[in-house]
Design a protein around this ligand. Sequence first.
Ligand SMILES: [Zn+2]
Length: 301
Amino acid sequence: MSLFYSDVFVLPLPSHHRFPMGKYARLRERLLAEGTFGEDDFRIPEPADDAAVTRAHCPAYLGRVARGELTAAEIRAIGFPWSERMVERSRRSSGATLAAAREALTRGWSANLAGGTHHAFRDRGEGFCVFNDAAIAARALQAEAGLQRIVVIDCDVHQGNGTASIFAGDESVFTFSIHGARNFPFAKEASDLDIELADGTGDEEYLWHLERGLDEALEHSRPQLAFYLAGADPYEGDRLGRLKLTMRGLARRDELVLGTLIRRGIPVAIAMAGGYAHDIEDSIRIHANTILTAEELCPTC
Ligand SMILES: [Zn+2]
């Protein structure tokens, strides 16, 4: 098994910063301690190079990111101070999703233990997202493996607005996002399929909508590869989520998405996306459950 991580490329943040940078290394430690995976299963990916990044982003934006020439407004929208390490981390995390997608094509599934940076647009970033890892990986697999039909299943509680925008009008990549109607981003883009949920939506209602959305997305896209953004932030204990899914409800969500894909023989690359629980250990447990569920459903891949 190969799971890809970039938690060694930590970007320097002020101590009061609300992005939980530490959760990624703790997720890997938790998965190791749990015993299903060994040290050799965890791999550091190659960084996404300029050719890979510019299939999803415009060269001028990449150039401004790489050279540290983003404007103050662009930096503010991203929410991270610029540093060389921010650039390196963003390239590595995109590289991790790309590596997971390649691995999924041969072994059924794989995961990036970070990523899911779905608020990055072709020419700008926002909401802690610099490069759009799923878009970079989808474009790479189209170029190198000739894939013609890809689906992005985005279950982070925030809409995948960057992904929707990058693939707008592109029939080769179907974008499905299920998210909170009143949550960030407040001006939404149009995915191929959007399901908007009211504040306080709980397990049963969420799963009812997800099952129908998943069927519709797969029916329309007939995908050769899926990206699953398994955000931990629909959780009832999340600071930014506004929904009320329980830990068990999120496990059932993972079983529904991953079980459906695996039963239909659709390779899946998983990215973690958001998770900002009051107790960050809850987010880490939800992310770990996603990986363990995939392994349980598809152990021989
Ligand atoms: Zn989110």
